[in-house]
Design a protein around this ligand. Structure first.
Ligand SMILES: [Zn+2]
Ligand SMILES: [Zn+2]
Length: 281
C-alpha cells in the first residue's frame, strides 16, 4: 500500500479509469513460476522525447499501475512483462513489496541530492524509513522530521540510524545539504528551505502536495534549489533492487488481509501504523 493509493481513493489525484483496482507495489508469481515486482510505471510509448532520452518516467503517454491499469489489490493481475522488475531472492514477498514504490521513488529522490552529507527527511513514513537506512549505509548523516510531538516516530527514526530526530517545526542542529519531503504538506517546503545550507537542494518526492505558502526569496537565494520527482524509470528499479539487499534495507510492515483493504487505507490516513501496510490475498 502506498500513499498514492489513498490520494486516488480520496480523489486528491484524479483516477483516469473508474472503477479501478488500486495497488502498484505488486509482488507476484507468473504462471511460469517467476517471482516479479510490478511497479507504478506500467507502460510507456517508447517513442516520445522523454522515452528516447532516458526519461521514461516522464513519458507523455505513460500508463500507471493501479491508476490506468488495474493493480494489485487482487488475487490475479495482468502486467506487461517489459515493465516488471526482478526481485532479489533474499527478500520475502512482504519485505519486497514496500521497496517497489516508496523505496524506489525515494531512491530516485535521493539520487537528486548528489553526495549531500547532511540529509533531512521530512515525513518519516514508508519511503523515509527505507531511504534512511540506505542514506546511513552510504555514510550520510540523517535528520528525521516528524509531526511535532510524534515521539514514537522520532524514536523509530533513531532506531534506523538517524543522527537526529525532531518535529518539523524544529530547526536541525546543523544546516542541511539536502532535504527530501515525503509528507504531502506544502508548508514543509519553506521549512525545509529554511534548514538548508547554501547550494542545498529540497526534493519533493510525492505525487501530491497541499499548496505551498508564499515565502521570502531569501530562503531560495544562495543557489538553493527546489525540485520534484515524478514516477520512476526501469533503471531506477533495477539499481535500487540491487542495492537494497546489500544495505540491507529492513522494511517494517503491518499486514492486512485483502478483505480489510479499506481499513488499511483508513489506518494510513490516520497514521496508525509505522512503516508500510502490506495487503495479502
Ligand atoms: Zn514516451
Ligand atoms: Zn506509490
Amino acid at each position: 500500500m502506498c500513499r498514492t493509493d489513498l490520494h486516488l481513493r480520496d480523489a486528491e489525484i484524479p483516477a483516469t479509469k473508474l472503477p479501478v483496482v488500486l495497488g502498484h507495489q505488486i509482488v507476484a508469481t507468473t504462471p511460469d513460476g517467476v517471482r516479479v515486482g510490478v511497479p507504478w510505471l506500467g507502460w510507456t510509448d517508447g517513442t516520445c522525447q522523454y522515452c528516447t532520452s532516458g526519461r521514461e518516467n516522464l513519458c507523455v503517454n505513460a500508463r500507471f499501475t493501479g491508476r490506468d491499469i488495474d493493480g494489485g489489490y487482487a488475487e490475479l493481475t495482468v502486467a506487461d512483462e517489459r515493465y516488471c522488475l526482478p526481485l532479489p531472492e533474499e527478500l520475502s514477498d512482504q519485505e519486497a513489496a514496500p521497496l517497489l514504490c516508496g523505496g524506489l521513488i525515494g531512491y530516485r529522490a535521493l539520487s537528486f541530492t548528489g553526495d549531500a552529507e547532511r540529509l533531512g527527511l521530512y515525513g518519516f513514513g514508508s519511503a523515509a524509513h527505507m531511504i534512511c537506512q540506505l542514506a546511513v549505509f552510504q555514510g550520510r548523516e540523517v535528520f528525521a522530521f516528524t509531526r511535532p510531538g510524534d515521539e514514537r516516530t522520532q524514536t523509530f527514526a533513531r532506531s534506523l540510524g538517524a543522527a537526529w530526530a525532531g518535529g518539523s517545526d524544529e530547526a536541525p542542529p546543523e544546516p542541511l545539504d539536502a532535504a527530501l519531503i515525503f509528507a504531502p504538506a506544502g508548508p514543509l517546503v519553506p521549512k525545509a528551505l529554511e534548514a538548508l545550507a547554501p547550494d542545498g537542494v529540497v526534493v519533493c518526492a510525492g505525487i501530491y502536495m497541499s499548496d505551498i505558502p508564499a515565502f521570502p526569496y531569501e530562503l531560495l537565494y544562495h543557489e538553493r534549489k527546489l525540485r520534484s520527482v515524478a514516477n520512476l524509470t526501469r533503471r531506477d528499479g533495477e539499481e535500487f533492487l540491487a542495492v537494497a539487499p546489500k544495505v540491507p534495507i529492513r522494511t517494517t510492515v503491518t499486514v492486512y488481509e485483502l478483505e480489510r483493504a479499506e481499513e488499511a487505507l483508513a489506518d494510513l490516513r490516520a497514521g496508525r501504523f509505522e512503516g508500510t501496510a502490506v495487503i495479502v490475498p
